[in-house]
Each structure stands twice: as structure tokens, then as C-alpha cells.
Design a protein. Structure first.
Lengths: 176, 354
């Protein structure tokens, strides 16, 4: 069934059309002036201004490995993170401490530790599952590279992002 | 022919072309920045200080892109169309007096006595570029764009021509330098502040002149395919309209041709209604070359002001529907311009001019 939409009856001023155009132009001119004199808030100019200082506490960025106070890589190559990782971004090849080493009691260390940052979904499950508190999600978010190989973070890169973590877990140290 | 005339003409042509092409490039930049500011954005601000080298980057991009000719087009006309869009827009500038005089040389390339007729004759050729582009592209959207363009041009050319008749009823000549001279002696046509204040005819005439000015300006909007009259292009309906099939520098010629047409249109409006290169209190070029340069500067400042209005209107008004466009052209502007001629004629005939 056809519905007749009743048109509003326009008065002379509205039918003249020009006043509406002029008021529209006044609106755009107001926006123009407000922008020109910096009274309008605009988006962040990204490469110059960054989110870094505004980043929330709970932000999950790139995962990274940490060393402890003695300089040992905290990871013990238990491979829990490798198993929990939903996109299977983590690849660990464990190595063994030789007998008589200062850390022989720890038994294992990661010989290779690669995280494919193309696959990583920043879920934080690796951080959550780690019994050693060896892997953390940092606030780095601009992960870029020219090739797929560039986007794989190896152990050196992960330690570089992670740095040293002081205190907290000291269970592999000699009892003091 | 004396060589001095040819030589000075060549210099004027080269200088005017350089200035106009420069303004054209920065009109594109201004369009992008102003539209951004109107929409609460920032616009291109990365290339050079405040993005001022953006036009250079754009031009380099146009030149470096592959100049692709689709297989299904009519090649000869496909290549001809961009030239036909650009050439008339530039040619029109030849008769516009862009300054008073510099070292005794009048600052107009060709001071011909049919002035404004030449402008209309050449400017309306611009539509051939668009129509041929639409037809030779051998594709549906460009064709629709070309057809729309031709009907739109015909509708608005009419009110364009009728709107200027009151000016020439008053001035009595078609020569554009004479129009400017008249405005220097009697005040600008839409704002006659110069000369005798008590003259009733002059003040009454400002009313039809104002109407002429509005109609003429709107018709120029339609002639240059600017929003709200950009139906031939209409990127939301017709993809890109007549230049859908064009790329690289051929598209660049259409795109920049539109801006040159804007500059030309503004130059005509300035010359006819806004006093050309004249500004009250500024003497002409016979008082020294400094004043001559200042006159040229005033002329281009007025053009820049009008270009701002062009851009401002574009980012304010939505596009007309096709029937609204036709109705506006044939029912309103045509009649308004026609009645306006009679009003102006009656005032000129029955009120004392002195």
C-alpha cells in the first residue's frame, strides 16, 4: 500500500533557499575558524606524539624475556608457553646446563627462543602460564619489519626488549 | 608588427601562465587544507613545512604513474579530451586585464573589443573536453557524466550570458579593460563607493548588479563543475563521471583543468563586478612600477578570495539532484537574469545618470 508522505509547507523564507545556504556556510566557517585558531580538539599526530605516556597500566604489547639479578635468562625452557600459545607463535629449543655450571641445578635454559610477531595475538597467556615469571608483555606496540624474517623475534631481541627483572622470584638461588 | 609588442606579449604570456599554474597547484593544496579545517581535520601537513610541498609531490606522482590507455576506448578522442579540458580554461585568460600597466606596457595579453564574447565562446568549449571524454571512454559511467555535463552547461551558459548584459548596458562596451576603467571612475559595480555619492541612479543600479553578480557567480560554479553542481563528476553516483577511465597525467589534466577554470571564472567575476585590479586609493601603474606590481597583486588577491569562496561553498553544500539542477537553471536563474535586464534597462533609461 502506498503511503503518502506529507511534505512540510515551507514559508517564503524557506522557499527562498538562500538563507539556509548562508546559515550553512556560517556553520562551516565557524568550524574553519575554530580549527584555524586551535580551538578544536584533533586527533593525535602519531609519529610526533605517541601514546606512550597515556598507555594504560594493563596494556599488553610485545612479549619479552627477562634476565634476573645475576644475569641469567630466567626462562628454564619448560615450554609451557609454547604449548599454551594459541596461535603457536613461540618456538623453543632447550639447551642443558653442563654439570658443574653455576646454574647446574636449573638444568635447562632456552638455546633458541623465537616468537613470530606476525602470529602473536598479544593475549598474554604466555605471561600468565610462566612458572618462572620469565616472560612478560611489555608496552611496545610498533612492531615492524620489511620481511617475514624480520618479524621473528629471536632470543637476543626478546632479551633486549625485556631487560633485567629485579627481585620477585629467587627460587633457584642458594639459600641465604 | 613591431618586435617590442611581440616580445612583451610573449613575456606576459609566460609570466601569466607561470603565475596561474602556480596558483592552480596551490589551489589544490588550499582546497585540501581548507576542506580539512572545515571538517575538523588537519589535511596534508607532512610534505615540507605545513605541507607546502604537497603540490610538488602530487605533480611528481601524476607524472610518474603509468600512462595507461584501456583497450576499449576510442584512442584518438580519448587522448584529445584532456587537452580540450585544459586549453579553453587557460586561453580565456588572454583577454582578462590582470593589472594596470608595467613600464608603460598594458597588463593584458590581448585587449580585444569583443572581450566577454571571446570569454564565453572559448569557455564553453570546455564542455567538449568532458563530453568527448565521456563518449570516447566507451563505458557507462563516463558516458552518463558526459551527457549530464552537456545539458548542465547548456542550461547555465544561458543565465551566464544573460547575467552580464546589465553590466554592458551600463558600460556600453564589451572590452574588458573598458569595464575596469568604468569601475575605476564610477566605483565597483556591486559596491559603487567611488565617485559622486549623491547619484541616485548609481545606487539603484547596485541592486540589479548585485543580482547579476549572484546569478553569474552561481552560473560560474555550474560551468566549472564545482559542487553543488558537480553532477558530471559525482563520485558517489558515477564513480568519477567523465574521468572514470582516465589515469596518470591525463586525469591530472582534467583535475587541474577544473582548477584553472575556477581561476579563470574568478578572474572574470573580479573583472566584471569587483573592480578588476582596482582598489580605492591605489594609483595605477603609470605612477611607477611598484604601483603596477601592487595592482597585479590586488587582482590576484581578489581571485584568491573568490577561490576561497569556491572551496568554502563546495565543502558546505550537498550536490543537487538532477531535476533540481535543471529546475534551478531554467525556471529560476534564467527568469531572474531576464527580469534583471529589464530592471537595469529601466533604471538606466529613466533615471538621470548625472
Amino acid at each position: 500500500m502506498a503511503i503518502t508522505v506529507s511534505r512540510p509547507k515551507l514559508n517564503f523564507r524557506e522557499r527562498l533557499y538562500l538563507p539556509a545556504i548562508l546559515s550553512g556556510m556560517a556553520i562551516t566557517m565557524r568550524h574553519f575558524k575554530n580549527m584555524l585558531f586551535g580551538r578544536t580538539k584533533v586527533t593525535m599526530q602519531y609519529p610526533e606524539e605517541k601514546w606512550d605516556s597515556h598507555m594504560p597500566e594493563h596494556y599488553r604489547g610485545a612479549p619479552a624475556l627477562v634476565r634476573d639479578d645475576t644475569g641469567r635468562v630466567r626462562c628454564v625452557a619448560c615450554q609451557l608457553c609454547e604449548f599454551i600459545c594459541p596461535p603457536r607463535a613461540i618456538k623453543i629449543i632447550p639447551g642443558e646446563f653442563p654439570a658443574g655450571d653455576k646454574f647446574a641445578k636449573v638444568e635447562k635454559f632456552p638455546h633458541e627462543f623465537d616468537i613470530d610477531m606476525i602470529r602473536c595475538i598479544y593475549c598474554g597467556l604466555c605471561e600468565e602460564v610462566c612458572p618462572e615469571q620469565a616472560i612478560y608483555l611489555r608496552k611496545d606496540y610498533a612492531i615492524t619489519g620489511f620481511t617475514r624474517a624480520d618479524m621473528v623475534h629471536n632470543k637476543e631481541k626478546l632479551l633486549e626488549i625485556g631487560g633485567v627483572m629485579h627481585g620477585v622470584v629467587l627460587k633457584w638461588n642458594e639459600k641465604k | 608588427m613591431d618586435y617590442a609588442f611581440i616580445f612583451s606579449s610573449l613575456i606576459k604570456i609566460a609570466a601569466l601562465l607561470a603565475v596561474v599554474l602556480g596558483i592552480m597547484n596551490y589551489a589544490v593544496y588550499a582546497e585540501r587544507r581548507i576542506s580539512a579545517l572545515i571538517q575538523d581535520r588537519l589535511g596534508p601537513n607532512r610534505v615540507g613545512p605545513a605541507g607546502l610541498f604537497q603540490p610538488i609531490a602530487d605533480a611528481a606522482k601524476f607524472l610518474l604513474k603509468e600512462d595507461f590507455t584501456p583497450a576499449h576506448v576510442n584512442t584518438f578522442y580519448y587522448w584529445l579530451a584532456p587537452c580540450l579540458a585544459m586549453i579553453p580554461a587557460i586561453t580565456t585568460l588572454a583577454v582578462v586585464p590582470f593589472g594596470s600597466s608595467l613600464f608603460g606596457v598594458p597588463m593584458v595579453i590581448a585587449d580585444i573589443n569583443v572581450g566577454v564574447l571571446f570569454v564565453f565562446a572559448i569557455a564553453s568549449l570546455g564542455v567538449y573536453g568532458i563530453v568527448i571524454a565521456g563518449w570516447s571512454s566507451n563505458s557507462k559511467y563516463p558516458f552518463l557524466g558526459g551527457v549530464r555535463s552537456s545539458s548542465q552547461m547548456i542550461s547555465y551558459e544561458l543565465s551566464l550570458g544573460l547575467a552580464v548584459i546589465p553590466v554592458f548596458l551600463l558600460v556600453g562596451q564589451l572590452r574588458l579593460t573598458e569595464v575596469v576603467r568604468y569601475q575605476i571612475e564610477n566605483g565597483w559595480l556591486i559596491a559603487p563607493f567611488v565617485g559622486d555619492w549623491g547619484n541616485l541612479q548609481k545606487w539603484l543600479l547596485a541592486i540589479p548588479m548585485m543580482i547579476s553578480f549572484v546569478v553569474f557567480t552561481i552560473a560560474i560554479f555550474a560551468e566549472t563543475n564545482r559542487l553543488p553542481f558537480d553532477l558530471p563528476e559525482a563520485e558517489t553516483e558515477l564513480v568519477g563521471g567523465y574521468h572514470t577511465e582516465y589515469g596518470s597525467m591525463k586525469f591530472g589534466l582534467f583535475f587541474l583543468g577544473e582548477y584553472v577554470a575556477m581561476i579563470t571564472g574568478s578572474a572574470i567575476i573580479v573583472t566584471l563586478f569587483l573592480g578588476g585590479w582596482h582598489f580605492p586609493g591605489v594609483p595605477d601603474g603609470s605612477h611607477g612600477w611598484g604601483w603596477g606590481l601592487l595592482n597585479i597583486f590586488i587582482f590576484f588577491s581578489k581571485i584568491a578570495g573568490l577561490l576561497f569562496v569556491f572551496i568554502w561553498v563546495r565543502w558546505t553544500l550537498p550536490r543537487f539532484r538532477y531535476d533540481q539542477l535543471m529546475r534551478l537553471g531554467w525556471v529560476f536563474f534564467f527568469e531572474i537574469a531576464l527580469v534583471n535586464i529589464f530592471i537595469a534597462a529601466i533604471i538606466i533609461a529613466y533615471l538621470p545618470s548625472k
